[in-house]
Ligand binder design. Structure first.
Ligand code: 5AD
Ligand code: FES
Length: 348
């Protein structure tokens, strides 16, 4: 196992069965060696800066019905909200004033935000001279083009799982091929492309998680967000196990070894399962944190999974809190927009 870790650290390549073996093993010393190797690769390829992205959760309306997700269409419980374009721009303006160089606009797939409306919001935020990341699901090439023409820099759309049959069971009426098409369209349009997956889904095998990592490599994604699946009590998957923190951490660390220079967030779902989850992730390969910049009651209503952190905190509180945690582990806070490869370019 230690030889496999060494091979991954040196060559940034592993076979499917090698990845699966490392994911399956539960020897604490081996896992520790894996996290340390990922931390070294992180330091060499993206440096000590942690990139902060301010997350704005602007709508919890969603036309989809993913079995795992707390804001799925058929969940009658969360009060539904939509921020107005003015509110979104206001939250982004505040995030910029706290020093964020990127905001991430995330929401359910909500047709109220037409391509024109989204493009208009992006144009207004771009006047603040910050990067804009969109995370609003599956759209057409033309829509992605309209956002890009308006100035959007990045787009996040997790593949969730590369097991097509599992994906289509968990996301009824959605097609895995269309999701992949989205990633390809976004790349063609010149976005920085972020994908990612959930770990610990029902019937998900370690081979399938290995495939997820190889998929990120095949697509050469610029960012990969990996989080543990956490069953939500209002969803059909409420009785599933999930909550596999260590497996998610191993997946994340292996992703760092195979894609050394990409951006990898310490995900909020990791912190939900472990009060120190994001710091642990930052020391096991991650280099990005996405503090919540949504204000007021909306945070609580954007509940993809239960136990979400920071639901009663303010944006400024979260910015200060995470800033202190980063400095406390001897890391620094990125001062620029944090595009892929910036660190290596600066070093060269
Ligand atoms: N547990 C963990 N992550 C979830 N997501 C959605 N529902 C859950 C859940 N129950 C993740 C998906 C989605 C991202 C925004 O949140 O991966 O892409
Ligand atoms: Fe929100 Fe620490 S990040 S309170």
């Amino acid at each position: 196992m230690l030889d496999l870790i060494k091979k991954a650290e040196q060559t940034h390549a592993l076979e499917r069965d090698e990845l699966a073996a490392l994911l399956e093993q539960t020897d604490e010393d081996v896992s520790k060696a894996l996290y340390q190797a990922a931390d070294r690769v992180r330091a060499a390829y993206v440096g000590s800066d942690v990139q902060l992205r301010g997350l704005i959760e602007f709508t919890n309306f969603c036309r989809n019905n993913c079995l795992y997700c707390g804001i799925r269409r058929d969940n009658p419980n969360p009060a539904r909200y939509r921020l107005t374009p003015d509110q979104i721009v206001d939250f982004a303006t505040k995030a910029a004033s706290y020093g964020f160089k990127t905001v991430v606009l995330q929401g359910g797939e909500d047709p109220w935000y037409s391509a024109d409306r989204v493009a208009d919001i992006v144009r207004r935020i771009k006047k603040l001279d910050i990067a804009v990341t969109l995370s609003i699901g599956e759209r057409t090439y033309e829509e992605y083009k309209a956002y890009r023409d308006a100035g959007a820099d990045r787009y996040l759309i997790r593949i969730e799982t590369t097991d097509k049959a599992l994906y289509e069971r968990l996301d009824p009426q959605m097609s895995w091929d269309n999701r992949r098409r989205c990633l390809e369209d976004l790349r063609r349009l010149g976005y920085e492309v972020g994908s990612g997956s959930m770990v610990g889904l029902p019937d998900q095998t370690t081979e399938s998680i290995a495939d997820d990592i190889l998929f990120f490599k095949e697509l050469n994604v610029d960012m990969a967000g990996i989080g543990p699946f956490i069953p939500h009590p209002d969803t059909p998957l409420k009785d599933c196990e999930g909550r596999k923190f260590d497996l998610a951490l191993k997946t994340m660390a292996l992703t760092r070894l195979l894609l050394p220079d990409i951006n990898i967030p310490a995900t909020t779902a990791m912190e939900t399962l472990n009060p120190n989850g994001r710091v642990i992730a930052l020391r096991s390969g991650a280099n990005v944190v996405m503090p919540n910049m949504t204000e007021g009651e909306y945070r609580r209503l954007y509940e993809l999974y239960p136990g979400k952190i920071c639901v009663s905190d303010t944006p400024l509180h979260c910015r200060t809190c995470i800033g202190a945690k980063i400095l406390a582990i001897g890391r620094t806070i990125g001062a620029d927009k944090g595009f892929r490869g910036e660190f290596l370019k600066r070093k060269a």
